[in-house]
Design a protein around this ligand. Structure first.
Ligand code: ADP
Ligand code: ADP
Length: 221
């Protein structure tokens, strides 16, 4: 089955249609880039996927269920919606420890994750309010991975990363996908998804304008 399935998803705010009849699927083992300019409807789509915004029409499932029907969802689906939303007064380690406690994840996993996202012990002791955007992104991706999920839903995770950081993230997500995980990551920058993703879903003004394998889409312009 699909890891993520979205069908006819629509969201209207008053007279404004933010997302209109969006359908796509994400397969296991694949990194799918969700590409579109700012305001295209990426965040709204992702918020509907994880049950934070009710759709006006259509549906989406993660691992075959509505997100809110998943038991202990963090153990199945890692989510990063806004890396800037980290509590600024908490240290990186405290943020991970709190999330691990909520999910019932063994606290040994916190050090594994800090290693994985290349935050040093000294950095992990600093309050996230002092972090660069790139550090917050790495912490946020680490937090999403904490529950050892099978699916990642990441909104603009490469925003604030330099080219080396983008390649680093590709390696991290590639390893996750090679182990059978599925990734949906949004970006407004072609160069980010070009480096990281295998497949693309392109959205503009709330509608899907193209989808398919990255090579084919880029070759056809
Ligand atoms: P993206 O993530 O691609 O930048 P968004 O999903 O954030 O796009 O926004 C899509 C459109 O929906 C934009 O026009 C945005 O202003 C609008 N929008 C998003 N959230 C709301 C909201 N809560 N109320 C009204 N309009 C919204
Ligand atoms: P992002 O850049 O992460 O896509 P924004 O910064 O545009 O999101 O929006 C932040 C918050 O404001 C979100 O909760 C979004 O739903 C809401 N929002 C976005 N656009 C509008 C809008 N035009 N009217 C009301 N709320 C909005």
């Amino acid at each position: 089955g699909y890891a993520i399935e979205v069908s006819g998803l629509t969201k209207t705010y008053g007279a404004h249609t933010a997302v209109e009849d969006v359908s796509f699927a994400v397969r296991p083992g694949v990194i799918t880039g969700f590409l579109g300019p700012n305001g295209a409807g990426k965040s709204t789509t992702m918020r509907m996927m994880v049950g934070l915004t009710p759709p006006s029409a259509g549906w989406c499932t993660v691992l075959g269920l509505g997100y809110r029907r998943l038991p202990n969802p963090g153990r199945h689906v890692g989510v990063l919606l806004d890396a800037s939303a980290q509590h600024p007064g908490r240290t990186g380690r405290e943020a991970l420890t709190l999330a691990a406690t909520v999910m019932g994840v063994d606290l040994d996993r916190v050090d594994e994750i800090l290693d994985l996202v290349a935050l040093t012990p000294a950095e992990a002791r600093r309050r996230t309010g002092t972090y660069s955007l790139g550090m917050r992104q790495r912490l946020g991706v680490g937090q999403a991975l904490l529950g050892d999920p099978r699916v990642l839903i990441l909104d603009e995770p490469a925003n604030g990363l330099d080219p080396a950081g983008i390649h680093w993230m590709r390696g991290l997500l590639r390893g996750f996908a090679d182990d059978g995980g599925s990734v949906l990551l949004s970006s407004h920058l072609l160069r980010e998804v070009e480096v990281i993703a295998d497949e693309l879903v392109v959205i503009g003004r709330g509608r899907i304008v193209a989808q398919g394998a990255k090579q084919e889409l880029l070759a056809s312009g």
